[in-house]
Design a protein. Sequence first.
Lengths: 193, 193
Amino acid sequence: MPKVTQEHRDARRREIITAAIRLFARQGFQATSMADIIAESGLSAGAIYGYYKSKDELVQSAMTELLDLRFAARSGDDAALPPGETMRRFITGLDDEMGDLGLLVQVWGQAVLDQTSRDATARIGDRLRAIWASYLTEWYRDGLGLSNAEQLGERFAPLYVGIMQGYILQMTVFGNFDGEAYLEAASVIRPGP
Amino acid sequence: MPKVTQEHRDARRREIITAAIRLFARQGFQATSMADIIAESGLSAGAIYGYYKSKDELVQSAMTELLDLRFAARSGDDAALPPGETMRRFITGLDDEMGDLGLLVQVWGQAVLDQTSRDATARIGDRLRAIWASYLTEWYRDGLGLSNAEQLGERFAPLYVGIMQGYILQMTVFGNFDGEAYLEAASVIRPGP
DNA sequence: GTCTATATTCGGATAGAC
DNA sequence: GTCTATCCGAATATAGAC
């Protein structure tokens, strides 16, 4: 069907979607019109509709693209880093990939509205919890020298995911936020009795 | 100017806005049309525009209404309750007032887009941190018997606000969330060395 | 494959009667 | 103050030429 190579098609799709994402970050998904995207991408209406059947499909693709994060594989020797430092690297990586953490908050806002988006965020949630469980196990064992590290890791993983979400939210929607102090606090807490 | 009492005007405004909020919870702010609100409220276009100049003003009022939470005054003797329990009560109160925690997530999504909404959420953020600082001071002093309770309270308040935000997010946009285990974990962590 | 021009639908807001 | 009917602009998607 396609008269050009698959690579060319993929490149075009990426071109379109990155232009769209730039606008989404500034204006939000719904407030961004196809006309905006056409102008930002430098293409024409006809061209864009050749790659995406509808605006909705484009938005869904953008969300998937944003959520399908290639979480930088932790390099193992990071195990001894305290949670706050790990979190900082994680969030920095997130910010680099998405360009703007506000996009993530927007995706959450969308996820409460439709099942498709919610499924996508749920998948990420599971991955995040697994990553944190793995890291925390190492931290509790090697960093703090606790015995039941694995159980503790599983148990506290959702909490650290929440702490990370809290960081992102306070950074983007609250004022007066001292991120360093927050990460410091996240490093210092310990499982109690 | 008004031919009816102020009470009547206020009641009508409330009537309109609660109808709108019901729809916002289901469909989101932008996807809800004035026609929807007209139908849901049982009033007419003319009537509604008599109370709100524009849809935008209505949306902003709804957000303010939602955020202007009359946080149930903690009754003092709650001081000995662990953080997870305090958080549960807080969130239950929030849910009762807003009707749907998803609305809060939507508001956050909006707050990254415009300054007006961001100002509103920032104000709430400050109040939340102050409340948590106050509670934590009591908890650290009376519950855990720590000496520098006040400093600790100030220091960890943003973290607990974040933990609460994380709870709300994971409850609304992630699947497989064990809220009880999360609150339990929030109760158990302690300030470390 | 991509462009320009346009058909069509939809939503916010207003006008004027009651 | 409230209703009905309607105007106007905007936005999505398509048609048809190149």
